[in-house]
Design a protein around this ligand. Structure first.
Ligand code: ADP
Ligand code: MG
Ligand code: ZN
Length: 646
């Protein structure tokens, strides 16, 4: 997005060693040029004469003097002008080979001759032959140093890769960050600290040293950190946790030291450490193998030392970001270090609309585009997803040569994000197509009857993304933060609806339902082992959450007896079986609707909008549905429909 492109990043002034390499290269080039230019510059350019002509001229007595070199002879002719003025004509020739007769011939013809003076420019050659090899070596070394991270690791020892953004030039303001108002409100304070440090220090208050931004990827943590620097107009150092981790033990620690040294010189400023978890993983245990990771531990220790080592009021504020706060070493969160945690969560509906507005600022929107509707249709999207969505829509509009981006572009863009790119090249045969059509309509009919799962918006048999041969899109009407028991049951039944339709219509199943089955089973298992929704087993957590695991208490699953394990398996199977039964029962009840809709879908490839909704509204609920949703149990008197399982 444009916010980031106008950063005038200025590479930090490289330490002397780096420049050394560069200037040596220039010096070398100059020396070579000098050597090449000098002789031709000072040596006269003489007319070239064939060697035989020269000999002939000597023998006819025309030559006055000659300077005889190994590979070049220069000579002057005798000149007698009528007025007695001597104008000398000088020529040059190249001997064919070493002519041992030449001195004799010259003497015989009374030519004055001599060997050339030692080369006047020879010292450069001599110097070069001594100096050049080491210079070339050092130049290559310097070249690698200049390339920073690209060169051999050993050559970058101790060099911080921190970048500096000069004053205020992150170019990001709080206005560019939307939908995270609470985080923004907390961070306003930091901006004030940076701008008016006196106000706080006068009263003896300590400015916080470290702020930890916690939130899922793409929610705008980096953006917020930049916005703080931008608002306060202070330099912004940024480095990623993973950049500290190097091949050699000790390098990361040196980098931390270097980074803080630079930062202290530039105070007030912001040091931003992205992916803190890469560096700050809990020491001991979490490494997974004995001995842990020495390099990471040393780097982390150095960071802790540095954070303790400078006075709170120097004006260096360290902001770190992570999406896995639970793995961070507790030492990092101690007071005086990253004691402030700011949660940057996925935006809610209103937040999403605000973010869409920010990113649509530079996009031409058509009249029919309603950002609020787009916000409703994008639950779970983070800021980065929304930025991407706006861009995708704009690209689609441009591809269609439209004047402005229309709502349909946004809808297609959402679908791309949710289901992947259309793959019309994936051609299905008739049987496959039919199977896919009934499968998708099966999902849709059951989806229409289940609580809390939103409207079925679209059914398509156009392949999309990596694996989907067809798909059904259900759009929630609102943001949801909890799933109620009956909704989990409903969800499992919807997932099994595709396979159940195949069973109902064809009496046999395809491989197309494997993903649905996987998800349904996972959800059922979670209901039993994590959410405590099984009556028989009760509210006992059979899985340990990661936090506890990391702090070093053994295995991820609570130790359970074989009987309980068996019971868990039975409960999971019961939940899935009952949902399957309900799915089959619903499709039985709506057999005609299933037929009609699937045939329609086969013809049109895509069913959507009001027409689809009208159809699905006709779906009838079987008697046992309400009870099953409420209790998860089926009435005993209705046996499983074995007939369908042939
Ligand atoms: P994070 O660091 O949390 O992973 P980034 O800050 O790198 O996320 O976000 C990536 C991009 O997504 C940003 O450059 C911005 O274009 C967009 N973005 C994310 N969150 C927001 C937000 N809250 N408001 C506006 N744009 C956002
Ligand atoms: Mg980031
Ligand atoms: Zn399916």
């Amino acid at each position: 997005m444009p916010v980031e492109t106008n950063n005038k990043k200025r590479q930090i002034k490289p330490p002397k060693m780096r420049q050394f390499g560069g200037s040596l290269l220039i010096l070398l080039t100059l020396l070579f040029l000098l050597n090449a230019i000098v002789p031709s510059f000072f040596g006269p350019k003489l007319p070239q004469v064939p060697y035989s002509d020269f000999i002939a001229q000597v023998q006819t007595g025309k030559v006055d003097r000659a300077i005889v070199g190994g590979d070049r002879i220069e000579y002057a002719l005798k000149t007698q002008t009528p007025d007695g003025q001597a104008t000398e004509q000088v020529f040059a020739t190249t001997p064919v080979a070493i002519d041992l007769d030449l001195p004799k011939i010259l003497r015989d013809n009374k030519v004055e001759f001599a060997a050339p003076l030692p080369d006047q420019n020879g010292w450069i050659g001599t110097l070069l032959s001594w100096v050049a090899p080491p210079l070339i070596f050092i130049a290559i070394w310097g070249f690698f140093l200049n390339r920073g991270g690209g060169g051999p690791a050993a050559l970058t020892v101790g060099k911080s890769k921190a970048r500096i953004y000069s004053e205020g030039s992150t170019g990001v303001k709080f206005l560019d960050v939307a939908g995270v108002d609470e985080a923004k409100a907390e961070l306003e304070e930091i901006v004030d600290f940076l701008k008016n440090a006196d106000k706080y220090t006068k009263l003896g208050a300590k400015i916080p040293k470290g702020v930890l931004l916690v939130g899922p990827p793409g929610t705008g943590k980096t953006l917020l950190a930049k916005a703080i620097a931008g608002e306060a107009g202070v330099p912004f150092f940024s480095i990623s946790g993973s950049e500290f981790i190097e091949l050699f033990v000790g390098v990361g620690a040196a980098r931390v030291r270097d980074l803080f040294e630079q930062a202290k010189q530039q105070a007030p400023c912001i040091v931003f450490i992205d992916e803190l978890d890469a560096l700050g993983k809990s020491r001991g245990g979490a490494g997974g193998f004995v001995g842990g990771n020495d390099e990471r531990e040393q780097t982390l220790n150095q960071l802790l030392t540095e954070m303790d080592g400078f006075d709170a009021n120097t004006g260096v504020i360290i902001i770190a970001a992570t999406n896995r706060p639970e793995v961070l070493d507790p030492a990092l969160r101690r007071p005086g270090r990253f004691d402030r945690q700011v949660v940057v969560d996925r935006p809610d509906k209103i937040g999403r609309e605000a973010i869409l507005k920010v990113h649509a600022r530079n996009v031409k929107l058509a009249e029919d585009v309603n950002l609020a509707t787009i916000a409703i249709r994008t639950p779970g999207f983070a800021g980065a997803d929304l930025a991407n969505l706006v861009n995708e829509a704009a690209l689609l509009a441009a591809r269609q040569n439209r004047e402005a981006v229309i709502m349909a572009d946004f809808n297609e863009a959402i679908e791309r994000v949710v289901a992947g790119l259309e793959k019309r090249s994936r051609v299905l045969n008739e049987t496959e197509k039919k199977t896919v059509a009934y499968h998708e309509v099966g999902h849709a009919i059951i989806g229409a009857l289940m609580p809390g799962s939103g409207k079925v918006e679209k059914i398509s048999v156009v392949p999309r993304g990596v694996g989907a041969l067809g798909y059904t899109i259900q759009m929630p009407e609102e943001d949801r933060f909890l799933m109620i028991e009956d909704e989990i049951r409903g969800r499992i039944a919807i997932l099994l609806g595709g396979r159940s339709a195949e069973e109902t219509v064809f009496g046999k199943v395809s491989t197309g339902a494997s993903d649905d089955i996987q998800k349904a089973t996972d959800l059922a298992e979670r209901a039993v082992t994590v959410y405590g929704m099984s009556d028989k087993l009760g509210p006992i957590a059979f899985e340990k959450v990661q936090q506890q695991f990391i702090e070093g208490y053994g295995n991820p699953r609570r130790s359970i007896s074989p009987e309980v394990a068996k019971e868990i398996d039975r409960e999971v199977k019961q939940i899935v079986d009952n949902a399957h039964h309900i799915a089959l029962s619903i499709l039985q009840e709506n057999r005609d609707l299933l037929e009609e809709t699937a045939q329609d879908l086969l013809q049109k490839e895509i069913l959507e909008g009001a027409q689809l909704r009208e159809r699905l509204n006709q779906a009838k609920a079987p008697d046992e549905l309400a009870q099953w949703l409420r209790t998860g149990k089926l009435s005993e008197d209705k046996p499983l429909m074995q007939t369908l399982l042939v």
